[in-house]
Design a protein around this ligand. Structure first.
Ligand SMILES: Cc1cc2nc3c(=O)[nH]c(=O)nc-3n(C[C@H](O)[C@H](O)[C@H](O)COP(=O)(O)O)c2cc1C
Length: 512
């Protein structure tokens, strides 16, 4: 377990980024910010530039002359590809990539606090508690996000440089919103009850958006509490929040942990909030922009189609409409955007780092798991490769069933491949070799029928119900086989060292 000290010294090895601007300055100083003075249209062109740069693990992009759909130039620059590399995702969490596993251990500890074992153990946990307490949000009257306030009829969402990412998209789509909600019956300052989630929002007109929170998300759960009372629900959307806020909102945190408090832990500094102008909610004071408004019960509109992380367009589905009551922003705001599409896209890169964070939690539940990879190309969750420390017959099947049955995040994983711990589950060549040499297609395949699946999977025969495939590519032992199992070939280390030394003299170009 990672023992936290004070928020300043805990875990973070990078400076605190309390604003998006601070993070952009940091990336700029590292040569990872490209400013583009050329006019680039928010309709499709921005996606094309972003996609090409993301595929090369390129820099953050700042489009200084975005062109709107009507051909006019927007004075608001657009930033994309913020988290286009795993290193930048880690940096957004205040860490280097090597420090990610330690944060994963901390998250695992948050989920299942182990029983206190003696006074020494209890004392060692105090610093963690102190850190959590000192990251309570700071509430003030004023903040930069309200330097300019537009209300009522003056609101015009269509003037913002909102991308229409793909040719088949229904219209402009806000892609990096941090949606702020609280349940009915909570007080506006009861920040521990707030939810922050990233849910895309289609711009319908000057003052109307569609809020696409899937039914199992925190925002949708809050909406049900307001609808039950037949009361309009206040909603705020922070745009261009600081990296800790963005990533805390995108992380599937345990129900008991508020994203707001957790963002403070990640940031290494308290979250700074101000009261919104027209809705009873607290909003991030240092964000670039905030959109405020109301969702009325039963007010829905058909959302989409929009290109999604599967690489296909979603079906049109009804989602709640948000009536915008105010837009507030800094004097010189920046608009943060991204696109979702066939991996790799920015969310799939964020997902890779998040999956690494989840490994200690998975190991808590299934201790024989050594490593686990969700290939981004498999839509980040539909295929899993897991390596295990195999000890007994049938163990690979037990691991498959544990992943599907015990851990909600694997409900929609159609295929699980289990390999031994001498196989690198992140290396397709290793996986192919294990499948080719350790698996029998008749004996080692487990097929399940009619298990849960997300509605986005049009390949499943029934909406919401699909099959599951488990491939056991582990070494067969005990009663799993009656045959003599093959012995893995390997050269002795001293012979390999000899070869390396000899080739370093005769073939230095080989790179020994
Ligand atoms: C760029 C981006 C776009 C996303 N779009 C959506 C979306 O449209 N709808 C949705 O339900 N989740 C979306 N997500 C995923 C959720 O934000 C994520 O699962 C988050 O943990 C949900 O928080 P919650 O558990 O508090 O609801 C998106 C994530 C990212 C990073």
């Amino acid at each position: 377990m990672v023992i936290l000290d004070t928020p300043e010294t805990m875990m973070r090895s990078l400076p605190a980024f309390s604003t998006l601007r601070a993070f952009l300055n940091w990336t700029d100083a590292r040569g990872e910010l490209l400013r583009i003075p050329d006019p680039v249209s928010v309709v499709h062109q921005m996606t094309a530039v972003h996609d090409a740069v993301l595929r090369k693990s390129g820099p953050v992009l700042q489009f200084d002359a975005p062109r709107l759909a009507n051909g006019t130039r927007s004075p608001i620059p657009v930033v994309t590809n913020l988290f286009g590399t795993r290193e930048r995702v880690a940096a957004g969490l205040g860490l280097t990539l090597e420090e990610i596993p330690a944060l994963g251990e901390f998250l695992a500890a948050l989920r299942t606090p182990a029983p206190v074992e003696g006074m020494r153990d209890a004392l060692s946990r105090w610093p963690m508690l102190r850190a959590a307490l000192s990251t309570r949000p700071r509430i003030t009257k004023r903040g930069p996000v309200q330097e300019v306030v537009t209300e009522g009829d003056a609101v015009d969402m269509t003037a913002l440089p909102v991308q229409t990412p793909w040719p088949g998209d229904a219209g402009p789509l806000i892609t990096w919103p941090v949606v702020i909600t609280r349940p009915h019956g909570s007080a506006a300052d009861a920040v521990a009850r707030y939810n922050w989630g990233v849910y895309r929002a289609q711009v319908l007109g000057r003052d109307r958006l569609i809020m696409r929170w899937l039914a199992h998300r925190g925002g949708a759960a809050h909406a049900r509490t307001w609808a039950r009372e037949n009361e309009p629900m206040p909603v705020a959307i922070a745009l261009g929040a600081d990296p800790a806020t963005l990533l805390a909102a995108a992380l599937p945190l345990p129900e008991t942990v508020s994203e707001m408090t957790f963002s403070g832990v990640l940031r290494g500094a308290r979250t700074h909030l101000v009261p919104a102008r027209t809705v009873p909610l607290l909003v991030p004071a240092e964000a670039e922009m905030v959109i405020e408004g109301w969702i009325h019960p039963r007010d829905t509109a058909p959302e989409g189609p929009f290109g999604d992380h599967t690489g296909y367009y979603n079906a049109v589905e009804p989602f709640p409409v948000m009536r915008v009551s105010a837009v507030t922003h800094r004097r010189d705001p920046i608009y943060l955007s991204t696109y979702t599409g066939r991996p790799p896209d920015e969310p799939s890169i964020i997902g890779e780092v998040f999956n690494e964070l989840a490994l200690p939690v998975i190991r808590q539940q299934i201790p024989e798991v050594r490593d686990l990879w969700l290939p981004p190309a498999g839509c980040s969750y539909r295929i899993a490769v897991v390596s295990i420390d195999k000890r007994y017959p049938g163990q690979a099947r037990r691991v498959m069933m544990a992943l599907w049955g015990m851990l909600a995040q694997f409900s929609y994983t159609k295929m699980v491949i289990v390999v031994d711990d001498d196989i690198d589950p992140r290396n397709w060549d290793d996986i192919a070799w294990a499948l080719a040499t350790r698996m029998d297609p008749a004996r080692d395949v487990m097929v399940l029928d009619r298990t849960p699946m997300d509605y986005l999977d049009f390949a499943s025969p029934l909406e919401g119900l699909a099959g599951k495939l488990g491939l056991d590519a582990t070494t067969k032992l005990g009663t799993e086989t009656t045959r003599d199992w093959g012995q893995v070939m390997a050269l002795a280390p001293q012979d390999q060292d000899f070869a390396a030394a000899l080739l370093a003299r005769h073939l230095p170009g080989l790179g020994h």
